[in-house]
Design a protein around this ligand. Structure first.
Ligand code: SF4
Length: 78
């Protein structure tokens, strides 16, 4: 389970986030490309935009459920 106290620094404020457990596998960026991107210098993913539509929300949930190391959380705060 992702830890909101351990978010990667680049995440925008809000519900979804990636924490430091990310292994840079690319799944979330493929599944929800409007919300997840890669910190190239660091080699991990982060949420660059919170979902703004039902489609984006569904993609974020799919990414969260598919993440192999459970690095994505949906209990973040502003
Ligand atoms: S799916 Fe999980 S491990 Fe893979 S890049 Fe996204 S946050 Fe990282």
């Amino acid at each position: 389970m992702a830890d909101r106290e351990d978010k990667n620094a680049e995440n925008v404020a809000g519900k979804f986030y990636v924490d430091s457990q990310c292994i840079d596998c690319d799944l979330c960026r493929e599944t929800a490309p409007k919300n997840f991107t890669r910190a190239d210098d660091e080699g991990y993913s982060f949420v660059y935009k919170q979902p703004e539509s039902d489609e984006e929300r569904e993609q974020c949930i799919e990414a969260m459920e598919g993440c192999p190391v459970e690095a994505i959380g949906n209990d973040g705060e502003d």
